[in-house]
Design a binder for this molecule. Structure first.
Ligand code: SF4
Ligand code: SF4
Length: 80
């Protein structure tokens, strides 16, 4: 197992919905917030890490981070 994170750069996201369109799990994972107009990803247990969403985002706003060392401890802490 590994920890998966989908990070959306809200400054870049235009709310175009390409991520939700492209994702095989679509609306199960992706929502576009009506108020902010920004994309959000949840229910990541459905995500199979295909990275299509990130590759399709026209703004390059999506980063997917896999931490393969998650179960081994915290030596692979993310340093933004
Ligand atoms: S494809 Fe990119 S810019 Fe478009 S809604 Fe998704 S995260 Fe935002
Ligand atoms: S990595 Fe694939 S399954 Fe996961 S949210 Fe992106 S498009 Fe959907």
């Amino acid at each position: 197992m590994f920890e998966l994170k989908i990070i959306i750069d809200e400054d870049k996201c235009t709310g175009c919905g390409e991520c939700r369109e492209a994702c095989p799990k679509g609306g199960k994972i992706w929502t576009i917030d009506r108020k902010t107009g920004k994309a959000a990803a949840s229910n990541l247990e459905f995500c199979h890490q295909c990275i299509i969403c990130a590759s399709k985002c026209p703004e390059g706003a999506i980063r997917i981070i896999r931490d393969d060392n998650y179960e081994k401890g915290s030596e692979n802490e993310e340093n933004p």
